[in-house]
Design a protein around this ligand. Structure first.
Ligand SMILES: CC(C)(COP(=O)(O)OP(=O)(O)OC[C@H]1O[C@@H](n2cnc3c(N)ncnc32)[C@H](O)[C@@H]1OP(=O)(O)O)[C@@H](O)C(=O)NCCC(=O)NCCS
Length: 168
């Protein structure tokens, strides 16, 4: 049975893993990893975290950045006593290679992203995690507490709920 590494920052690899072989089944997600992850890392616009399989290939990844949601677009729960732009952490992408579907890797990447988001929020302030979910992944996110914002396709979970989930 394949064993997976912990999620490691892309920047921590002495020798970067081969990104182009990654195949999540969603070409736009795969293309981001191949074409933009390294540059985003260099520019500091997003941080990418990689899980590798036994053979060193990329089994899954997530990327995180800071973002904000306009108070008017936020659901009622999120809006109360908030500034006009509500600070949040964005899960830009989160995917596993299709070879590892249904093995818990997506859930494990999500937990890792949540832990990192909570840690970031302790230093810089962020009231929620946001994600622009592909239609096929909405149920995956909903199962861990994400709910729709007023922006089409965008989901959120409050940082307080994330902390509760992690502590459950
Ligand atoms: C969404 C995704 C990350 C799930 O990864 P996965 O490793 O196959 O899922 P897991 O094995 O960790 O499943 C965790 C739970 O979510 C459920 N689940 C997984 N994919 C689901 C989906 N598409 N819809 C509904 N539930 C889903 C599983 O049944 C499981 O539930 P359980 O804990 O009750 O058993 C994966 O389908 C993926 O990488 N898709 C392509 C990229 C993508 O759409 N990313 C999101 C937008 S960037």
């Amino acid at each position: 049975m394949t064993r997976f590494s912990r999620a490691r920052p892309l920047a921590d690899f002495d020798e970067p893993p081969e990104l182009s072989a990654f195949d999540s089944g969603l070409p736009t997600v795969d293309a981001w990893l191949t074409e933009h992850a390294a540059e985003a890392e260099e520019r500091g616009s997003a941080r990418t975290f990689i899980v590798t399989a036994d053979d060193g290939s990329v089994a899954g990844f997530s990327c995180l950045s800071m973002t904000s949601i306009a108070r008017a677009d936020g659901p009622k729960r999120l809006r109360a006593n908030m500034p006009r732009q509500i600070p949040a952490v964005l899960i830009g992408r989160l995917a596993r290679d299709a070879r590892y579907t249904g093995m818990g890797l997506g859930a494990s990447l999500m937990r890792d992203a949540m832990v990192r988001a909570v840690a970031a929020a302790r230093s810089v302030g962020a009231a929620a995690i946001l994600v622009d979910a592909d239609a096929g992944a909405v149920a995956f996110y909903t199962a861990v507490g994400f709910r729709p914002t007023r922006v089409e396709g965008q989901l959120y979970v409050t940082m307080a709920d994330v902390e509760a989930t992690l502590n459950a």
